[in-house]
Design a protein around this ligand. Structure first.
Ligand code: NAP
Length: 302
């Protein structure tokens, strides 16, 4: 049987469509401030896309772009001012911050009620204890995707590969709240393939291109691939895609190809359903950021 492709763009559109009437019902537009320090090219693209999503949805956005030499104290002052401003409902500090900056103290300075990324320890605590509050966008988007496609979670064994604060840990916690039996794996896990083969729902969030090959995937499993890895070596593209002419042509045109953490050919063969890369989990993150910003505006304008 052909595996079902879990299309993230459809779920993104559904999430954004839910936001529109909620925004229209507010007495002022929700406001999101983004701090982008320095000139990290990937961060610049992410922030541009976030600002664009705000504009399309009618969310007021503001971008602060301090130079890469900005001091921690200056960033703390900027966050402090945003915390005070009434028309700002969400504050996002784009990571990574320049190396000399104390990132943890900047993230801690964001008021938990405006922490639309769900990174503040208060909101991590809210997540763990099942209290309302903003949840990390990518994992929250994955739950929305599983619900959208009516994929049962309760009672199933979910294996999350990766334990980062922004993806792996909150993902595992959200799956637990959905009554999955959850296993978290990481770089020290022994016989990772054997553990992954136990998964009814396998979430790849390790950031290793095509690492989850056939031997990691139980036949019929649902595979959610969070990984986004850009491959810039032609020989690797040839190896992963087993000489696919189409992929090699794409590589020659663009100088790179995106691959998830799951092996793109093996997952299509073994899973019952899976998220492709690109087009699976990717579109959900910004949509959930928008939803978190609307949630925050609603709470603050109540
Ligand atoms: P991260 O902070 O680098 O964490 C990676 C995790 O994977 C760590 O817990 C690490 O274990 C584990 N790991 C690494 N290599 C492993 C291996 N060989 N076997 C088992 N576990 C291994 O990455 P992240 O920020 O969570 O992101 C993960 C991936 O998701 C990346 O590709 C990133 O680009 C992507 N991502 C996508 C979105 C989206 O919107 N779709 C959003 C965020 C991230 P240790 O803890 O033991 O080191």
């Amino acid at each position: 049987m052909m595996a079902q492709i879990l299309d993230g763009a459809r779920v993104r559109d559904a999430i954004l469509d839910e936001c529109r009437p909620r925004i229209a019902a507010l007495r002022r537009p929700p406001g999101l401030a983004v701090i982008l320090a320095g000139h990290d090219p990937a961060s610049e693209i992410y922030v541009r896309n976030k600002v664009k999503a705000c504009a399309e949805l009618g969310i007021y956005s503001e971008k602060l772009t301090p130079p890469g030499t900005v001091a921690t104290s200056e960033l703390l002052a900027a966050v402090d001012e945003l915390n005070r401003r009434k028309e700002i409902d969400g504050i996002l500090v784009q990571m990574p911050l320049p190396k000399h900056v104390d990132s943890q103290s900047v993230l801690l300075a964001v008021s938990p009620e405006k922490d639309v990324d769900g990174f503040h320890p208060c909101n991590v605590g809210n997540l763990v204890t099942g209290r309302p509050g903003p949840k990390s966008c990518t994992p929250a988007g994955v739950i929305r995707l599983l619900r959208y496609y009516d994929i049962p979670i309760a009672g199933r064994h979910a294996v999350v590969v990766g334990r980062s604060d922004i993806v792996g840990k909150p993902m595992a916690m959200l799956l637990l709240h959905e009554n999955a039996t959850v296993t978290i794996c990481h770089s020290k896990t022994k016989d990772l393939a054997a553990v992954c083969r136990e998964a009814d729902i396998l979430v790849g969030a390790l950031g290793r291109a095509a690492a989850l090959t056939a031997e990691f995937i139980k036949p019929g499993a649902v595979v959610v691939d969070v990984g986004i890895n850009r491959i810039t070596d032609r020989a690797e593209v040839e190896r992963i895609f087993r000489g696919s002419k189409e992929k090699l042509e794409a590589f020659d045109r663009r100088g790179g190809v995106l691959v998830g953490d799951a092996h793109p050919l093996d997952v299509a063969e073994r899973a019952s359903a899976y998220t492709p890369v690109p087009g699976g989990v990717g579109p959900l993150t910004i949509a959930m950021l928008m939803a978190n910003t609307v949630d925050s505006a609603e709470r603050r304008l109540r």
